[in-house]
Write a new protein. Structure first.
Length: 93
């Protein structure tokens, strides 16, 4: 037989049969007092979920335990050889 056309969005969310997880993105920036005069502080993106969401309000100084992960930053070809950026998947705060 012939395959049926699924259309552009063949999937739908079934709320009663779904499991949702809180997620949050944070930007971790080095402490201003450690940055040399005239330079911008460096930063890295953090991905947190579940019980770690809303643990660190903006401006809070934290220590992070996490897994550095590469993420494709767009561009590139079929081989995935485009630009990459780093984010940290947080497992503890």
């Amino acid at each position: 037989g012939q395959a049926a056309e699924c259309g552009r969005y063949p999937f739908t969310v079934v709320p009663d049969e779904s499991f949702f997880v809180d997620q949050q993105q944070l930007k971790l920036q080095e402490a201003p007092e450690t940055v040399p005069t005239g330079e911008m502080p460096r930063s890295v993106m953090l991905a947190v979920d579940r019980s770690l969401v809303d643990v660190a309000p903006p401006g809070t100084r934290i220590s992070v335990l996490g897994i550095p992960t590469l993420m494709s930053a767009g561009g590139g070809g079929k081989n995935g050889d485009g630009a990459k950026s780093v984010y940290i998947r947080v497992v503890g705060l």
